[in-house]
Write a protein that binds this ligand. Structure first.
Ligand code: FAD
Ligand code: NA7
Length: 457
């Protein structure tokens, strides 16, 4: 049999996990398929590869990353740590539990920096179309080299979709919003809160983006921060100057009317209304259609496309766990592809899907959702040689994190957690999140003199 050819679309944390999974099998002496990854950005890291642009990038492509300059991890790093490459190994010493974006990019990159996997990535190359040929059971993948404008097609036996699902903003209509004269954009285009100083800011939505952009705006001196919820409030003990109101009903110029009859004036509005699953390079019979949830329909074990089991998705679920979940998925998909794990029949897969879908339907609340995702990951790891880790302890870390946020939404990022991989306790950072205004890797890893820390205060 000729060597299989595998296309990986996207080289964010999920695509890199797939590359790493094959590389580790190769290191163990196995013959691996020929793997080609396509990444439309000039470098890898996906969301963690910060782009100062918003809207359209230098090649005329939609900007991928929704991350902002001041972003720090929104959950403890101990919950996302790779089981086979720890933070201690990468940084050579304990670091704090909530590193800034650049530090996490460095960690993702560090795991594969010294391997040959970067050679397998075609950077600045956008996948334009994927077509499955029924008779020959192969895929044609058509890509554009964004630098040379050359379009080429190649054939593959299987396709791994790892393009993420937090890049295409969901932009609902609000009555009268076209009359709002202040600054107005979606969280996807938000790059930093500095210019919100002294502004009256409205964030529509009640999830991670609203919460974090809200506290960033507060930190940078916004005059007021209002967050508007549809289903229910986040309910944190917000500091003075921050508030939650029910759904926004309509705008009249700078005035916003809320469903409880309250009225406020705003200078800036940011829609934190989530993202769409969108795969413009896939025909509809291969494209996942889903809301942002932890068990998207049609994906056996969360990764195998039921409509064509030679198409796989990584990272398609809403995420409590992130990097280590992508690894568990990538290892499982690799083993399916390499024949180390047997793919059940379509009927068996449908039954499994139904069973897990039922379990997903019974999830009631966040703590349950975290446990569900932990069990999902356990099921994947048990089928592969990815190192099992203490998932129950990670669940406890997530639950403690949620308690920390309830206690104080402005200080939760200062708390250290213990790694389930190494047992080492995170360092206390030299500067609290609220006082730190320099989010760079250099500053993060520095050991500033006491006077510098005082200066930052
Ligand atoms: P992505 O990171 O989105 O990577 C997908 C890659 O596919 C990108 O590099 C993109 O350029 C490429 N691509 C897309 N389309 C094409 C195409 N047609 N052709 C070629 N390449 C393509 N997670 C955490 O663990 N902690 C956090 O604090 C955290 N904060 C977040 C904050 C924001 C604002 C957002 C949006 C997400 C955050 N996340 C966080 C979740 C984040 O999505 C994951 O950590 C992770 O980046 C997902 O990895 P991925 O590889 O699946 O997708
Ligand atoms: P999420 O987590 O998908 O949340 C989207 C939010 O937007 C959620 O609170 C929704 O309310 C709200 N929403 C959606 N449509 C509307 C309308 N029409 N009106 C009012 N509110 C609406 O997206 P985020 O951007 O917060 O987070 C995505 C990722 O980025 C996440 O993984 C983080 O790590 C960073 P609902 O609860 O559905 O009523």
């Amino acid at each position: 049999m000729s060597r299989q050819r595998i296309a990986i679309i996207g080289a964010g944390p999920s695509g890199i996990a797939a590359l790493r999974a094959f590389e580790s099998a190769e290191r163990a002496g196995e013959d691996i398929p020929e793997v080609v990854a396509y990444e439309k950005q000039d470098d890898w890291g996906g969301q963690w590869n910060y782009d100062w642009r918003s809207g359209i990038d230098q090649y005329g492509e939609p900007v991928h990353s929704s991350m902002y300059r001041n972003l720090w991890s929104n959950g403890p790093k101990e919950a996302l740590e790779f089981a086979e490459y720890t933070f201690d190994e990468h940084f050579g010493r304990p670091i704090s539990s909530y590193p800034p974006r650049e530090v996490l990019w460095d960690y993702i990159d560090g795991r594969v920096r010294t391997t040959n996997v970067k050679d397998k990535v075609r950077f600045s190359t956008a996948v334009r179309w994927v077509e499955h040929h029924e008779k020959r059971d192969i895929f044609t993948v058509t890509v554009e080299d964004l630098k040379s404008h050359r379009t080429t097609s190649s054939e593959f036996d299987r396709v791994i979709v790892a393009t993420g699902h937090f890049s295409f903003p969901h932009v609902p209509e609000f009555q009268g919003i076209e009359t709002f004269p202040g600054t107005l954009h979606h969280a996807h285009d938000f790059r930093g809160a500095e210019k919100l100083a002294d502004q009256r800011v409205l964030l529509i939505g009640a999830s991670y983006s609203a919460e974090d952009i809200g506290v960033q705006a507060f930190k940078m001196g916004a005059r007021s921060v209002t967050m508007s919820y549809r289903s229910g409030p986040m309910g944190y003990d917000w500091p003075e100057g921050m508030e939650e109101l029910p759904l926004l009903e309509r705008f009249e110029g700078t005035t916003a009317h809320f469903s409880n009859g309250e009225i406020r004036e705003f200078d800036a509005v940011i829609l934190c209304t989530g993202y769409l699953h969108k795969y413009p390079f896939l025909p509809s019979d291969l494209a996942l259609q889903s809301g942002n949830n932890i068990y998207p329909a049609g994906l056996y074990r969360g990764v195998v496309w039921q409509g064509n089991p030679k198409v796989y998705y990584l990272g398609a679920q809403d995420q409590w766990f992130t990097f280590n979940m992508f690894d568990a998925q990538a290892w499982y998909v690799r083993d399916l592809i390499m024949g180390r794990v047997e793919l059940p029949t379509a009927a068996e897969r449908a039954e499994h899907l139904q069973e897990w879908h039922q379990r997903f339907q019974e999830v009631g609340g966040d703590a349950d959702a975290v446990r569900f995702q932990a069990e999902y990951i356990r099921d994947l790891i048990e089928a592969t040689d990815y190192p099992m880790f203490d998932l129950d302890e990670v669940v406890r870390i997530f639950l403690a994190w949620k308690e920390d946020k309830k206690k104080n939404i402005l200080t939760y990022r200062d708390k250290p957690y213990r790694s389930v991989m190494t047992g080492s306790l995170a360092a206390e950072h030299h500067t609290t999140w609220l006082q730190e205004l320099d989010d760079s890797l250099e500053r993060y890893l520095s050991t500033p003199e006491e006077t510098d820390v005082e200066k930052a205060v």
